[in-house]
Design a protein around this ligand. Structure first.
Ligand SMILES: Nc1ncnc2c1ncn2[C@@H]1O[C@H](COP(=O)(O)OP(=O)(O)O)[C@@H](O)[C@H]1O
Ligand SMILES: [Mg+2]
Length: 527
């Protein structure tokens, strides 16, 4: 079908509900897809929108009661006259006559405005073209035109990648991170719970890892487990017991199987013993416990139960009495210089390890960024601090409504880069995440979700939910997603780019090659 072919004309509709288009060729209904990006040519303006629904209708109820069964001839005669198809279109943007930039649609086209497929030019007009800060994660399902994300807009806020397990979230995130690393505007700190981002898994060499792609100078690996990944020149990190606050224990309530009273007990212990409360609590003898309980009114059984639960933390092999902050200083210094960091967990990949370590490191790092940004603001040099994107898999564990209130990740998601730190959350269960946090996300990349609650949750705070709901319910189970939010001018469905080792290597080579050429040229012309 030629791209400019007239598909139908607008017959009715409204600004709030969308436009109904009578399709000219009744068979065209089979060629249009819910979610396709289409164009309506009004008399003065050009509207860009999305197909949000398709329907069949008849002018005569007799046809539905007694449809022609066996006559292809009758089918042909009736289709397009008494039996016809319609499409619902939701115009998001309008290109006004004489303008080059599409704007949010505030008008609707008149009756009989013409619907047509979008062309490559329409895509470019709306989504821009790929360049140093525009990176395409894929193409529209039925076309071969890259749909770029505006990475500068993207990193102004926290963002999310959602989709059920196996739908391609982690591969997509890796692709997006490759784009962010190439654009070189932010640093990335990635908590890699499943040890999959640094290098390709042995059974899938195509899925080249970020450390392989960019080299271990630009992407450095830190690990909790000193036995893994020596080849990657990974550095080992340890955690200090004196860094753990009662709030961290609360976040681990499920993993440590704690009941709610433990929080109060932990707060009492922290108040009595200060920073070394865990070590002190562990060292208490029977008299010590009695004395503490008499003083605070806490039940002895609760203190003893908490002590035995804390033993699980103390025994973690990466745990030290007190934290050696030099390694965190080292990580922060590297992030500030534009190095990207992947934190791996090796053998210690339980939720207990992952949540504890991600939480402690992030708190410490955020604290430092806050101090530095406030100091820089005083000196008027805030922009010199390189923004940081923290990537968090299994994000719902940290961002349930209860956890989001107190965990550092909840704070970062709400702050919107006030202190130059944002999150990229990756998750398969958005319905477990605090709604306020979901509505704060700037851009959401949403893959297939089968649970209705997850779909509702992920659309929190998004305009035009009904159209998107339909679209999400119809994504193919793999490598398809919808992008909504600030990094794209309007919601768009794409087929994710195939992640292939040689293509990514080529991409990195050409982009960084070009950058070096430009630098050389600037040197030559004396800039
Ligand atoms: N863009 C892609 N290119 C190539 N393979 C992909 C792509 N997306 C997903 N896959 C395949 O699907 C598998 C599951 O993807 P993954 O990202 O691990 O899913 P999730 O993180 O959502 O559970 C991957 O191991 C890979 O084989
Ligand atoms: Mg995954």
């Amino acid at each position: 079908m030629p791209a400019q072919e007239l598909l139908g004309v607008v017959t009715d509709g409204s600004f709030s509900q969308g436009l109904r288009v009578r399709l000219l060729d009744p068979a065209a209904v089979e060629r249009l897809r819910v979610g396709s990006f289409v164009v309506v040519e009004g008399d003065e303006h050009r509207y860009f929108g999305m197909v949000t629904d398709l329907a069949l209708a008849t002018t005569d109820s007799a046809l539905t009661a007694d449809p022609p069964l066996h006559s292809p001839f009758l089918h042909r005669v009736l289709r397009g006259t008494h039996a016809y198809a319609t499409a619902e279109i939701r115009p998001s943007l309008v290109l006004q006559a004489g303008s080059e930039q599409p704007q949010p649609a505030r008008t609707i086209p008149p009756h009989f405005a013409r619907l047509r497929q979008a062309t490559a030019e329409d895509f470019a007009c709306v989504f821009g073209r790929e360049d140093a800060t525009h990176f395409a994660l894929g193409t529209p399902p039925a076309m071969d035109i890259p749909v770029p994300l505006d990475l500068e807009e993207l990193v102004k806020r926290s963002n999310g990648v959602f989709g059920q397990s196996g739908s391609g979230k982690s591969v997509l995130t890796r692709l997006l991170l490759a784009g962010l690393i190439l654009a070189d505007r932010v640093s990335v700190l990635l908590f890699d719970m499943h040890n999959e981002y640094a290098r390709a898994p042995s059974d899938q060499p195509e899925l080249i890892g970020l450390a392989e792609l960019f080299g271990t100078t630009r992407v450095q690996v830190y690990t909790l487990d000193d036995r893994t990944d020596r080849s990657a020149a990974a550095r080992t990190i340890q955690i200090g017991l004196d860094q753990i606050e009662p709030e961290d224990i609360e976040l681990l309530a499920e993993e440590l199987n704690l009941n709610p009273t433990f929080a109060t007990v932990a707060h009492h212990l922290r108040a009595s013993f200060g920073k070394h409360w865990i070590a002190e609590t562990r060292a208490l003898d029977a008299d010590g416990v009695k004395e503490f309980c008499a003083r605070t009114g806490v039940a002895e059984s609760s203190v003893n139960a908490l002590r035995s639960k804390l033993a699980r933390l103390v025994q973690r092999p990466y745990m030290q009495e007190s934290l050696d902050t030099s390694i965190i200083d080292e990580i922060i210094a590297k992030l500030q210089k534009g190095t990207h960091i992947i934190v791996q967990f090796g053998r210690y990949d339980s939720f207990l390890d992952y949540m504890l370590v991600a939480n402690l490191l992030t708190r410490r790092i955020h604290e430092r960024y806050t101090e530095e940004v406030l100091e820089a603001q005083r000196l008027g040099s805030e922009m010199s601090i390189r923004p940081l994107v923290i990537v968090l898999e299994e994000a719902h564990k940290f961002l349930t409504p209860e956890a989001a209130r107190q965990s550092i990740f909840g704070t970062i998601a709400r702050e919107m880069r006030k202190y130059r730190v944002t999150l990229l959350i990756v998750d398969q269960r958005p319905s477990s995440i605090d709604r306020e946090i979901l509505s704060q996300l700037g851009t959401k990349i949403i893959g297939p979700l089968s649970d209705q609650q997850d779909i509702e949750a992920v659309l929190t705070g998004v305009a035009d939910r009904s159209g998107l709901r339909n679209l999400l319910a119809n994504l193919s189970p793999r490598q398809e997603c919808v992008i909504v939010g600030h990094a794209v001018r309007m919601p768009v469905a794409i087929r994710t780019r195939e992640y292939r080792r040689h293509e990514l290597l080529d991409l990195v080579r050409t982009r960084t090659g070009k950058a070096t050429d430009e630098r050389r040229l600037r040197l030559l012309i004396g800039e």
